[in-house]
Design a protein around this ligand. Structure first.
Ligand code: MGD
Ligand code: MGD
Ligand code: MO
Length: 585
């Protein structure tokens, strides 16, 4: 099989050049070796490069434009907070580590609020739910800051010492965000807005746990940037239990460059955005994509604008290889499917984006059937391509060794013997890390002179010409498109439901439990309608990604989402999508 693949590639390379080959990978495995090793191979090959921005690139950008490389607060901080804002996160499904701490804080008397576009399952454990119009959280944050300033609930001492640009923000931006106007933009009543500001402003140590949903809009980077300014105003960073957790960036713990091997790229090749795969497979030219190699991702289900992706995958002249553990919707379009191992069958070393723990893991069972790990396949491909760099002769354990030995500065303080032996260890944080701001100015940059717009402000997301905002959020019972192969979990998801407010359904003469079609200019998807009061008027919600086999019609939810990118960092806009809904047959 390997020979068949490389023979086809050699032909394509001779006729179209190396950039006619496109790798596609993302989050199937998050191990530092198996996730990243393909890049070393494709750099050597000179393939088109993939911008891996589907998840939260704009969130990272928004955080960094205010906080630079500042270390994120340890999730245990939450335990010490007295006011926790779960902002755009369904933590009950997606952040159970954090929720443990939230529960502990609650026991100690903390009050917990959820700000979301609907009463997601986490709503059941919070004190107050604030429903915000999709994509308008930036205005909400500015409105709260407006009230904080109006009332004088500002930590001036903290501001003088640690913050750059409060005066500009106060005089040039905040006057515009009067509660009445913010209420109009966000759909939140002025009274609730005022109450939220009081709670935040008067809390001893307010903590914001920021989800990623709100970054997947045309204004997503700016939204995250704006929210990230909030804790500075009340000096939350200086208080035990205060702060904001967007994501924990532990990339610097490992020498990942020793696996991604950018140095093997002889000259820069073009970059294809993973959110625009449909476009890349159907319209990109000079050269066109003639071969797609998919590993640990399932773009036919997870990536936006499914109709266009399928159209691309159906091309007779596209040579598609999929390295997978299961017969996914993407694998069905492959010319060649290679069987992949699971994390139980291969070695790797893991870090997280929700905590500071790291751990090395060894295979606990031999590979089942003829399955191979990502790295083993890339080694075979490299051999068949005639790549003779010693890099390709190392096994996964050698690569793990390279990642941690000699240790990067951040790893020096951990117990390396314990790490090597496969025990979990935690990266250590300096005592004063929460007030060590790793920005060019050394301060929190409310005013960032490096930005085209040095001060945050609100602007509208894309939207679409249709009546309902569509939220396609993670389910408790699947992980993106993974675990749909488990009947026990699948049965808990029951069916692809579309949740709609009872009033909207009445206006459209739609009934609970009936088949409906959600549609827009990009596609049509069938669902079972579920009427609820948990979803506000003007919003519809579907939880969990399904595969085609378990869907009602020809397509699944990403036939409705768009290839448009975020304002910064070229991220996905998976939630910035509107649909209309009609009765199905
Ligand atoms: N069980 C389970 N766990 C998972 C995943 C999964 O699929 N299933 N996926 C994993 C992955 S890859 C990721 S990236 C993380 C994601 O985890 P988080 O980033 O914490 O986000 P989610 O829990 O997905 O919740 C997104 C929430 O944002 C809300 N939302 C959407 N738009 C807006 C908006 O404009 N404003 C506000 N305020 N809220 C909005 C949605 O309604 C939803 O409740 O979870 C990970 N964990
Ligand atoms: N509409 C909508 N779309 C979304 C989202 C959403 O909230 N709404 N969430 C988005 C987000 S945040 C993300 S991160 C993406 C994630 O999208 P993906 O990165 O595609 O992640 P998964 O759906 O988990 O699929 C990964 C596949 O990898 C396979 N796999 C697992 N381990 C290995 C391995 O070691 N080797 C190989 N070769 N294969 C392996 C699994 O069997 C699975 O089929 O989806 C995005 N798509
Ligand atoms: Mo993600």
């Amino acid at each position: 099989m390997i020979q068949v693949i490389t023979a086809r590639w050699k032909g394509i390379m001779a006729q179209f050049g190396t950039e006619a080959i496109l790798p596609y990978s993302y989050a199937g495995t998050m191990g530092a070796v198996q996730r990243n090793c393909g890049e070393g191979f494709f750099h050597r090959l000179g393939a088109s490069r993939l911008a891996r921005t589907i998840c939260a690139a704009s969130k990272g950008y928004g955080w960094e434009s205010v906080m630079g490389d500042t270390l994120a607060p340890h999730p245990d901080e939450v335990k010490k907070s007295d006011f926790i804002l779960l902002w755009g996160t369904n933590a009950l499904a997606t952040n159970i580590h954090l929720l443990h701490n939230v529960r502990e804080a609650k026991k100690r008397g903390a009050s917990v609020w959820l700000i979301d576009t609907y009463e997601n399952p986490t709503a059941q454990m919070v004190d107050q739910v604030v429903l915000v119009r999709p994509g308008s959280d930036g205005a909400l944050a500015l409105g709260i800051m407006h009230i904080l300033v109006r009332e004088g609930w500002i930590d001036q001492e903290f501001m003088d010492r640690y913050v750059q640009g409060f005066e500009q923000l106060r005089t040039e931006v905040l006057p515009d965000y009067l509660p009445a106007k913010v209420s109009q933009i966000t759909g939140i009543e002025v009274k609730l807005l005022e109450e939220m500001a009081v709670r935040y402003g008067k809390a001893r140590a307010p903590f914001i746990a920021l989800g990623s949903g709100l970054c997947r809009y045309g204004n997503g980077a700016m939204t995250v940037r704006t929210i990230t300014c909030l804790p500075a105003l009340v000096g939350a960073w200086g208080k035990p239990g205060g702060g904001l957790l967007a994501s924990i960036t532990t990339g610097k713990a490992f020498h990942t460059d020793r696996v991604t091997r950018e140095d093997l790229l002889k000259e820069p090749t073009r970059v294809v955005n993973m959110n625009q795969l449909g476009y890349a497979l159907t319209e990109l030219s000079n050269p066109p994509i003639m071969s797609l190699y998919v590993y640990h991702s399932n773009p036919a289900v997870v990536a936006p604008d499914q109709t266009m992706i399928i159209k691309g995958l159906m091309r007779e002249d596209l040579f598609t290889v999929v390295h997978e553990r299961f017969m996914t919707d993407t694998a069905r379009y492959a010319d060649i499917i290679l069987p992949a191992t699971s994390s139980l069958e291969h070695s790797d070393i893991y870090r997280s984006y929700g905590h500071y723990g790291i751990q090395r893991a060894a295979a606990v069972i031999p590979p089942v059937g003829g399955s191979k790990s990502n790295w083993e396949v890339f080694q075979l491909l490299a051999q068949a391509m005639g790549f003779d760099e010693p890099f390709f002769n190392q096994n996964a354990d050698d690569l793990i060794q390279q990642l941690i030995d000699p240790p990067a500065p951040w790893l020096e303080s951990v117990d390396l013997a314990k790490l090597r032996a496969g025990r979990p260890v935690e990266l250590t944080l300096p005592d004063n890390y929460k007030t060590t701001f790793l920005t060019p100015s050394g301060k929190i940059e409310l005013y960032n002179p490096m930005e085209f717009e040095p001060l945050p402000h609100y602007f509208e997301p894309y939207g679409d010409d249709a009546p309902f905002y569509l939220m396609s959020t993670p389910s408790l019972y699947s992980l993106n498109s993974s675990f749909n192969e488990r009947p026990d979990l699948l049965s808990k998801k029951e069916a692809a439901y579309l949740q709609m407010n009872i009033k909207d359904a009445e206006a459209k003469n739609l009934l609970d439990g009936q088949k409906v079609v959600a549609f827009n200019e990009r596609g049509e998807v069938q669902f079972i309608l579920k009427l609820t009061t948990k979803v506000p008027v003007g919003v519809v919600v579907t939880e969990g990604l399904f595969c085609n086999e378990h869907a009602l019609g020809e397509h699944t939810v990403n036939a409705l989402t768009s290839q448009r990118l975020t304002d910064r960092a070229a991220g996905s806009t998976l939630y910035d999508v509107k649909v209309d809904v009609r009765s199905g047959s």
